[in-house]
Design a protein around this ligand. Structure first.
Ligand code: GLN
Length: 406
């Protein structure tokens, strides 16, 4: 008898796609795991360590009790879509059709990848300002697009603005450019793009027929009198913008995974198709709670921003006295800090020392750059934490100063 069963000693094939070899797991989320392992204060991953608003938690519980426990409509519960349209109308003067122009996703993370998968072909280029929120790198790889990075340069003095060079931006646009990803208020720099900057980007989008994909997740977290301007509100941009936002940061519910993409009907149809097969839908009861959250009174947003302003002003002096040169953010809840005073060869060895020996987790700056060398003397701290947490971090960071003086 001939044995036709394949040899069980056959080594398994390589199996993995080429795409996954081109990016690593998230460094931000890896730092959270290290923070837990070393019992460090987690100023790495951007999630609050304080409670979400009581009314919103109540609305989620009520939705579950009322048996909103099955799939919502795949592209989003009607109540939430209506609330999103209402908020974009009131906040930014953008008229949105909730039936045809909104896709609710599992967080803005899914909204971004669904959008890129819906619009990019292999070889398309996507312009990204750097430092950038690390997801945009793997998002580009997964959607087959090639990122074209344009530098945001830190201010010479810690209190100035991060800025880009107009000529460098123009040079990144050509006939391969499909889209630009714009994150304002910006993670990790805290830059809030001005109207003049947005108009410049708008003019390039129109000239080169490029789509703007905006990540506006920090829209309500603003300091120093800055204003958030949605790209879609600029003349000429409504039909070439996908506006991404979500509940995570505004309502302190990063674990709920409710975000959305707002786009013209034809683009929305494409995003909905991708979303449908990626995740089917975001959690139904949490979408109902989202509808309640988006109807919060105006002073909720003012208090949110004020709370973060206090935290920012609490952390930055502690970082400065420990020896960091900080770039004060105008929005979002991160501080980029220069570490050159500490004499470490790079950001990764520094954050590794910081988490193990000092007991504070931060994100190495290199994870926000296309070329890791560009971030090798920067780290990012998140200050979306209780004041006590920031105080504990400050006490520990003071040891760093002593270590530096040895
Ligand atoms: N946006 C947050 C950050 O930059 C959280 C990232 C994440 O883990 N999804 O830290």
């Amino acid at each position: 008898m001939v044995d036709v069963t394949p040899s069980i000693s056959n080594p398994p094939k390589h199996f993995l796609s080429d795409k996954v070899s081109r990016f690593t797991e998230s460094v931000i989320r890896e730092m959270t795991r290290q923070a837990i392992m070393y019992e460090a204060v987690n100023l790495a991953q951007g999630f609050p360590d304080f409670s979400a608003p009581e009314e919103i938690k109540l609305a989620a519980r009520a939705a579950i009790d009322n048996d909103v426990n099955q799939y919502a409509i795949t592209w989003g519960a009607k109540n939430l879509r209506n609330a999103i349209a209402q908020q974009m109308g009131v906040g930014q003067g953008i008229a949105v059709d909730p039936e045809k122009e909104i896709t609710v996703c599992c967080g803005s993370t899914e909204a971004m990848i669904s959008t890129l998968l819906a619009v990019c072909n292999a070889g398309d280029e996507v312009v990204i300002f750097e430092p950038f929120y690390e997801n945009y790198g793997p998002d580009s790889v997964l959607s087959g697009a090639r990122p074209r990075f344009v530098k945001l340069r830190p201010p010479a003095d810690g209190n100035g603005e991060w800025s880009f060079d107009e000529k460098e931006l123009r040079a990144a646009f050509d006939n391969h450019t499909k889209a630009i990803i714009l994150n304002t208020p910006n993670n990790p720099t805290g830059k809030v793009f001005t109207r003049a900057e947005l108009e410049l980007i708008r003019d390039l989008c129109v000239e080169f027929d490029v789509l703007a994909i905006t990540d506006e997740i920090y829209e309500h977290i603003l300091y120093d009198g800055t204003k958030h301007i949605s790209m879609a509100s600029l003349t000429g941009m409504r039909d070439r913008t996908v506006t991404i936002n979500g509940m995570s940061k505004t309502y302190s519910v990063t674990g709920w995974r409710v975000g959305w993409a707002v786009a013209p009907e034809r683009i929305t149809n494409a995003i909905r198709k991708v979303h449908d097969f990626l995740t089917v839908g975001a959690p139904a009861p949490l979408q109902e709670a989202g509808a309640a959250a988006l109807s919060s009174p105006q002073d909720y947003y003012a208090k949110l921003a004020e709370g973060y302003r206090v935290r920012r002003n609490h952390l930055i002096p502690a970082l400065a006295s420990a020896g960091f040169k900080c770039f004060s953010p105008r929005g979002a809840y991160y501080v980029m800090a220069d570490i050159s005073a500490f004499g470490f060869p790079d950001d990764v060895s520094f954050t590794s020392f910081l988490v193990k020996a000092i007991g504070v987790a931060a994100v190495p700056g290199s994870s926000f750059y296309g070329d890791p060398r560009d971030g090798s003397q920067q780290v990012r701290f998140a200050f979306c934490k209780k004041l006590e947490t920031l105080d504990t971090a400050a006490e520990r960071l003071a040891k760093l100063r002593a270590a530096r003086m040895k």
